[in-house]
Ligand binder design. Structure first.
Ligand SMILES: Cc1cc2nc3c(=O)[nH]c(=O)nc-3n(C[C@H](O)[C@H](O)[C@H](O)COP(=O)(O)OP(=O)(O)OC[C@H]3O[C@@H](n4cnc5c(N)ncnc54)[C@H](O)[C@@H]3O)c2cc1C
Length: 553
């Protein structure tokens, strides 16, 4: 950690050097003495120190300086480092000004020039200043710093991106005094957020995830052009494939668009994964898997969105958003699914804290004797309503349509009708979610508008469909009507292989319509949407890759 700074500014370079020399001699071991020849130069140094999260113990400024005098400098310096002790260097004639300064910048001391001998005139003053600062020092912040608005989606996204990638950061709102200081140091205003300040003091305004990833030290570019295996997607299936691929000697790279962990990484507690009787958080599981993959020599790239797959002879070429490519003998598609999101304010911030997308059966016991809200009118929402009715005091099924008839199977509608404590709210939408630490209230409104009503709610499960985002495979890899990747026997029509399949064998079990391109996990048609099955399919796909490399081409 950097030593706290003592900054001295004097427009006379000879005086400035002499003060700095005397200070270094006495305090150089514990403090970094920084000198400047003008107020503007000194302020620039302070801004850099602020952005790097360093400390400033004492500021010594000459009063009579052209451009910006010592008082003006100290006034601005206070905005950046309010805890730094302030000393004004004055000549005899400036004594009155110095006394006034006590009122303006709450001056701690004025020191008459000349200060020689320092042992008598300078050091005792400095000792007192340092002692006072030590009693209430500013804290060094060596983490990444984020300044943003509490409820702004871009600010949330930056925090979420860093958190999911396990980069530690300090979060300041624009209302925080320290947040304001960082904005001032960066020469920005509250309109320029989210502001990210790296540990080195570099500032990024509303960065893209790719920019952010590079600046916080995540690996975003591959080390080689060609691999045995490229895994697309860093959820459980992709991480499983990377661990098995690398551990079995394949040159393996994993490409992840956002953060490794995928959907599972968002789960606060996975209770049904083998070997974790007390459950495991998605973040923990991901961190372990990531370290395991890296230990075996896999490359893990983040903020790498794959946008196209091409077949060039025996090579499988993947294109990135920025136009660059990477090639391999084989590919495992493990891009999972994304639950469609509800855009109502507050839901994103409370995601995982009372607001859940898709099945969150592990939360059910916690809902016992409470009200549960479910959004969605399809079978998945109906099944969830039935499931939660075993635990909850009351289940509220919120649907935009007039009834369930158009979207849900009859048997489920009948089951729901038979359960007294399931209430269907037709023509209703969630327009906002509120809560501090977790979801506390929902605002519901009739779809035709009008007044919203607020209900107390701690649990909201959203079932408005899971989508595989596989458009980029269009025309290359066969998918079903919903976009899930078809593999193995599902590709056969009768005994006929898929169109364009030229090999003398059928596709292997997890192999897609393109030889050497496999699919694992939720993205695969008819897959079981579970962490364990995704991991298992990742491992299984690797064994099929081996078979493909040895005998299958
Ligand atoms: C909140 C929540 C809780 C859950 N809890 C449980 C549970 O307790 N137990 C259980 O068994 N299951 C649970 N599940 C389901 C489980 O997480 C999924 O079945 C599992 O994560 C699927 O893994 P996957 O690797 O196939 O896909 P995903 O986890 O969806 O991962 C896919 C990854 O691919 C990336 N990606 C997508 N497109 C691209 C692209 N073009 N380029 C690069 N990368 C891309 C995504 O960013 C994502 O990280 C839960 C799901 C959620 C959402």
């Amino acid at each position: 950690m950097a030593k706290p700074a003592i900054l001295t500014v004097d427009d006379d370079p000879a005086v400035s050097r002499a003060v700095a020399r005397d200070l270094r001699r006495q305090y150089g071991e514990e403090y970094r003495v920084i000198r400047a020849d003008s107020g503007a130069e000194a302020l620039d140094s302070l801004k850099e120190l602020k952005l790097r999260g360093e400390q400033v113990a004492v500021l010594l400024a000459d009063y009579r300086m052209p451009g910006m005098n010592g008082l003006q400098f100290l006034e601005q310096a206070m905005d950046l480092f309010p805890r730094a002790r302030r000393v004004l260097l004055t000549a005899y004639a400036d004594t009155d000004a110095a006394i006034q300064a006590i009122n303006i910048v709450d001056l701690d001391h004025y020191l008459l020039k000349p200060w020689h001998p320092p042992e008598e005139k300078l050091y005792p003053v400095m000792d007192a200043m340092i002692e006072a600062w030590k009693a209430a020092p500013d804290r060094p912040v060596t983490d990444v710093k984020i300044v943003g608005h509490r409820w702004s989606a871009p600010s949330f996204r930056v925090r979420d991106f860093l958190a999911r990638n396990m980069v530690s950061y300090r979060w300041f709102t624009t209302d925080d005094a320290e947040g304001q200081r960082l904005l001032t140091a960066a020469g920005l205003t509250g309109a320029d957020v989210p502001l990210v300040v790296t540990a080195e003091g570099k500032t990024l305004v509303a960065p893209t995830e790719a920019e952010l990833a590079v600046q916080v030290g995540l690996t975003t570019t591959p080390a080689a052009d060609f691999y045995d295996l490229v895994v697309v997607g860093g959820g459980p299936a992709g991480l499983g494939a990377a661990v098995y691929g690398a551990s079995e000697g394949l040159r393996t790279v994993l490409l992840e668009e956002r953060a490794t962990g995928g959907q599972a990484g968002q789960s606060s507690r996975i209770e049904n994964y083998l070997g974790f009787p007390d459950g495991v958080s998605g973040a923990q599981l991901t961190d372990r898997a990531r370290r395991q993959a890296i230990k075996f020599g896999a490359e893990l790239l983040t903020a790498c969105r794959v946008t196209r797959l091409a077949v060039q002879g025996s090579a499988r070429v993947l294109h990135f958003e920025d136009g660059t490519t990477i090639a391999a003998h084989s590919v495992i598609l493990a891009t999972g699914v994304s639950y469609r999101r509800l855009g109502a304010p507050g839901l994103a911030e409370l995601h995982g804290r009372g607001v859940y997308y898709g099945s969150a059966a592990t939360e059910a016991p916690s809902c016992r004797d409470q009200d549960v809200y479910i959004v969605g009118g399809a079978n998945s929402a109906g099944q969830a309503a039935m499931f939660f009715s075993r635990y909850a005091r009351r289940v509220h099924l919120v649907i935009r349509g007039r009834s369930l008839d158009a979207s849900m199977s009859r048997y489920l509608i009948e089951q729901i009708a038979a359960v007294e404590h399931i209430e269907v709210h037709p023509c209703t939408e969630v327009v906002a979610a509120h809560g501090d630490e977790h979801l506390e209230r929902l605002e519901l409104r009739h779809v035709d508008g009008g007044q919203s009503r607020t209900v107390d709610a701690s649990w909201l499960f959203i079932f408005i469909g899971a989508e595989p985002r596989t458009d980029w495979l269009d025309g290359v890899v066969q998918r079903d009507a919903r976009g899930f990747v078809l593999t193995g026997p599902d590709l056969l029509t009768g005994d006929e292989p898929p169109p364009g399949w030229l090999l003398g064998r059928d596709p292997y079990h997890l192999e897609s319509s393109v030889p050497g391109v496999f699919a694992a996990g939720d993205v695969r048609a008819d897959s079981v949407k579970r962490v364990a099955s995704a991991v298992g399919e990742g491992a299984m796909a690797v064994s099929l890759v081996h078979r493909y490399l040895v005998e299958g081409q």
